[in-house]
Design a protein around this ligand. Structure first.
Ligand code: HEC
Ligand code: HEC
Length: 491
């Protein structure tokens, strides 16, 4: 890390933080609902129900456990993940998993450091454009833990990086094989301690990080034609280069939490108001969590040669434009910002050329929903409500931001635009043509045969709870009027 006053800004109590927020919040006032009543989220978001009931298992029918391990390990790779997991170690928590793949926090005390003293490096993201975008906000961030580049953008052969946000029963990994120079993407799917009947609260609190009953390892080959495919983002052109992703690669790393950037501070405050400064998150020890740093991931990404990011999000310019149009940003996002630089990035995603850029504003949260979820979470932490009463703290996005986040189609899009914006990312001619989904290529609507178009219509009209529903529920959803236009465009 470059030297900076670690922890100085935020190592304070939550009460002090609330006043630092300047919003006069007094946490002792209690929740925005009656204790004893199960709080209901103020309104619905990307998913309508709890994850355990809403989404069918995309890997149902796949082998699991040691049988599946033999499949992955039979591919004979020698990177940090295969080396660490092929011996079938006993793994019951995210901390165990970090230990097994060489990402153990050796010093969990306040003296520990981000990427030093034997610790791996780490960064925390409050708005993701990845597979798990719908899970991620300042309240439920995506943590990335990875091999330290020792504070400079240098090559780290054999590196491993792990991505995790609460709410999913999987951990994403990538590993570099120093002999073959190849990147492999892995997914560790775990069976949480709550087993088959998890409440949302079991999934979005520390409980999800431990007590795992079993785990299974998959790699990007296993996943290539599932809705958990890694390649459409990390290797968008089949056979082309594979790369690490970081759209906001440069200072001030807009949606990455950092305790000395205006955006990063605003996000940290939203996080800490609920979680306090005593809670480990994604295996990262609480005493050093506030040392999270997008800069550390920049070092890994750039140091290993991935500085060419498609459709790069120019953090500085976009933040400046947003602030010029809406001066209360980033702390207060009631008035959305505008950025012409961002609009150009967004239009490319709408045209289906690139994966969606992150949203233009620092916060993606609705202030009321955020407050509600923060209060409920703080109540859970204080023992005032049980985990089973914790609402879905991920359903806090600002409705008006959903199209900008590409979780919904662009406002007013034509049927065809809905299809390119919502489908092309996974259905384009650069795909591996041997997989079945290559048959539906959104760039060829004009020459597409009737049967394929009908299959696409049928997929979009399947109930969202059906595994065949398109677009995959884990990624995004199309509201009724836009859906009608998309169907019309295919008829
Ligand atoms: C929809 C696009 C998308 C898909 C699909 C996707 N990723 Fe990513 N991934 C990203 C983006 C974008 C980032 C950068 C951080 C962010 O926005 O969350 C990222 C970051 C990562 C990182 C941190 C290192 C880095 O590249 O910055 C890991 C590890 C990772 N992804 C693993 C996976 C695995 C494993 C899969 C498949 C199971 C997968 N990803 C699928 C878009 C994607
Ligand atoms: C996140 C990636 C992703 C997105 C976005 C996506 N799909 Fe898919 N699609 C898949 C995968 C994976 C499959 C293969 C598995 C399957 O058949 O369910 C698939 C299969 C299909 C198939 C079956 C193709 C065949 O002939 O077997 C159709 C049709 C389809 N998708 C239509 C759509 C439409 C329409 C959209 C947009 C409204 C869309 N998809 C968006 C990942 C995606």
């Amino acid at each position: 890390m470059r030297l900076r006053p670690a922890l100085a800004l935020l190592a304070v109590s939550v009460a002090a933080l609330a006043s630092a927020c300047g919003d006069g919040t007094d946490l002792s006032k209690g929740p925005g609902y009656k204790i004893g009543e199960a709080p209901t989220p103020p309104n619905e978001d990307v998913r309508d129900q709890a994850p355990s009931e809403a989404l069918p298992n995309p890997l149902a029918g796949f082998p699991r456990g040691s049988q599946q391990l033999a499949v992955v390990c039979g591919r004979g790779r020698n990177d940090g993940v295969s080396r660490g997991l092929c011996a079938n170690p006993s793994i019951g928590s995210i901390v165990d998993l970090q230990g097994a793949v060489g990402l153990r926090f050796a010093d969990r005390s306040a003296r520990g450091r981000n990427g030093a003293n034997g610790n791996p490096a780490f960064a925390m993201l409050a708005h993701s454009s990845s597979l798990i975008a719908h899970d991620v906000s300042a309240l439920n961030p995506r943590a990335i833990v990875f091999t330290s580049a020792n504070g400079t953008p240098q090559q780290t052969p054999g590196f491993v990086a792990m991505g995790f946000a609460r709410g999913e029963t999987f951990v994403e990994l990538v590993a570099h094989d120093r002999t073959t120079n190849k990147l492999t993407f892995y997914l560790v799917v775990f069976e949480p301690s709550c087993g088959e009947d998890c409440t949302v609260g079991d999934m979005v609190t520390p409980a999800v990080e431990k007590g795992w009953k079993s785990w299974s390892l998959y790699d990007d080959e296993d996943l290539k034609n599932t809705i958990l495919d890694c390649r459409h983002c990390h290797e968008p052109k089949a056979g082309g280069p594979r790369f690490l992703r970081m759209q906001e690669l440069q200072d001030p790393w807009t949606h990455w939490m950092r305790n000395d950037r205006p955006g990063g501070v605003a996000l940290f405050l939203d996080f800490l108001r609920a979680h306090s400064d005593t809670e480990d998150y994604a295996g990262i020890p609480a005493p050093i969590l506030q040392d999270a740093d997008g800069r550390a991931l920049e070092d890994l990404v750039v140091g290993n040669g991935f500085d060419e990011q498609p459709n790069m999000f120019d953090s500085r310019t976009i933040e400046n434009e947003v602030r010029a149009s809406a001066p209360a940003q980033p702390a207060d996002n009631t008035v959305p910002g505008r950025s012409r630089t961002w609009e150009a990035l967004y239009e490319r995603a709408v045209r289906g050329e690139v994966i969606p850029p992150p949203y233009h504003d620092v916060k993606v949260t609705d202030p009321d929903k955020l407050r509600f979820a923060q209060d409920a979470y703080a109540d859970f932490k204080a023992g005032r409500i049980p985990a089973s009463a914790v609402p879905d703290i991920r359903k806090i996005f600002l409705d008006a931001a959903l199209p900008g986040m590409s979780l919904r189609p662009k406002e007013g899009a034509t049927g065809r635009e809905v299809l390119t914006h919502m489908c092309q990312q996974c259905h384009h001619p650069g795909l591996d043509q041997s997989i079945s989904r290559a048959r539906f290529d959104v760039t060829k609507l004009d020459s597409m045969d009737r049967a394929t178009k009908d299959r696409a219509i049928a997929r979009m009209l399947l109930p969202p709870s059906d595994i065949g529903h398109m677009p995959p529920r884990i990624m995004r959803a199309i509201p009724p009027e836009a859906l009608a236009r998309a169907v019309e465009a295919l008829r």
